[in-house]
Design a protein around this ligand. Structure first.
Ligand SMILES: NC(=O)c1ccc[n+]([C@@H]2O[C@H](COP(=O)([O-])OP(=O)(O)OC[C@H]3O[C@@H](n4cnc5c(N)ncnc54)[C@H](OP(=O)(O)O)[C@@H]3O)[C@@H](O)[C@H]2O)c1
Length: 300
């Protein structure tokens, strides 16, 4: 029987996974895991700080899990620039500890990573095998986490995602909705392109990976490419907000962290392993906007 542990269970993706595991369904339907007996638990930093090696080894050993799903990370991309050591602890040392703990008991580690491991100088979707070349502290620490897991060498699946939004916590979609309502006019960068990803789609594919023997690096993002400006325009349109969205350039909107200009991801490995059922990004966004209030009313 599968015994799963979701780490970072109070975060945006972690909560989505916990919701799916509890309900034995995902927004996209079902996955093979739901046809078999399984139990699951979730922890976050208040119960288990993944940077504490001894605590991690002891917790995982005691729990006798078959699969760890790591959604915990230092995810504030701009703050990583001034707090790179703290980010390194959470994004490199933490995953390394989990990989060691998983290997010690023969469990699998599913770890979530990012498109920001790439420099964005590409012009066609990045393949899983393309060399990483991060341009930010966040990207460096996440790339170091991937490398650490690979070096530990147990059973692992690393899934890189991008531009993630979901029902829980703060994200770009909710910020644009709020700013649109409050300000009526927004400037959004149009020269950075990527794949907006609904956390429900990502959770579906992560849960499919649980029962797959295929290991290594996978890419899991919403289908189709757009700029932050295109993304914001659709958020405003689908939400029925009366606000104007204006395009601007990266240099007009300076941020502490440099971001890749192009970060579309190719899904070949995921498709081969479990099938690529990610929705086109506009479809997943439209569904999210229609249903985000239902989730809030359910008190999730
Ligand atoms: N959000 C995106 O756009 C995006 C894009 C690409 C990839 N990703 C990756 O996707 C994954 C999930 O992201 P998310 O948006 O769900 O992140 P999130 O909402 O920030 O959740 C991360 C969770 O991890 C916890 N955490 C932080 N440090 C920890 C530690 N040392 N030990 C245990 N727990 C710790 C956080 O607690 P606190 O809140 O108390 O710190 C939080 O509950 C991450 O690996 C992230 O790098 C995200």
């Amino acid at each position: 029987m599968e015994k799963l542990l979701v780490i970072g269970a109070k975060g945006q993706l972690g909560k989505e996974l916990m919701h799916c595991l509890a309900g034995e369904k995902t927004e996209l339907g079902t996955v093979p895991l739901f046809d078999m007996p399984y139990i699951f638990e979730g922890v976050d930093i208040d119960e288990l700080d993944i940077t504490d090696r001894e605590a991690v080894l002891e917790f995982i050993q005691k729990g006798a899990y078959t699969c760890l799903i790591n959604c915990a990370a230092f995810t504030n991309v701009n703050l990583c620039e001034s707090q790179e050591e703290a980010a390194f602890q959470a994004n490199k040392v933490g995953p390394e500890n989990l990989a060691l703990a998983a290997k010690a008991i023969g469990a699998k580690l599913i770890h979530v990573s990012t498109d920001y491991v790439f420099d964005g100088e590409g012009t066609s979707p990045y393949k899983e095998t393309d060399p990483v070349c991060p341009v930010s502290a966040y990207g460096r620490t996440k790339a170091a986490g991937e490398e650490a897991i690979e070096q530990v060498g147990g059973k692992y699946q690393i899934i890189r995602t991008a531009w993630l939004y979901g029902y829980y916590g703060r994200n770009f979609v909710k910020t644009i909705q709020q700013n649109g309502r409050d300000k009526g006019q927004l400037s959004v960068v149009s020269d950075q392109v990527g794949n907006p990803t609904n956390a429900a789609d990502l959770a579906h594919h992560i849960l499919k990976l649980v029962t797959s023997d295929e290991t290594g690096i996978f890419h899991g993002t919403g289908r189709g490419l757009c700029s932050w400006y295109d993304f914001a325009s659709k958020i405003i349109e689908f939400s029925g907000i009366r606000a104007k969205v204006l395009p601007c350039r990266t240099e007009d909107y300076p941020t502490p962290a440099k971001r890749p200009h192009y970060s579309a991801l190719d899904h070949s490995h995921l498709d081969e392993a479990v099938g690529d059922e990610f929705r086109p990004w506009e479809e997943a966004l439209a569904y999210f906007v229609q249903h985000q209030n239902d989730q809030i009313q359910e008190g999730i």
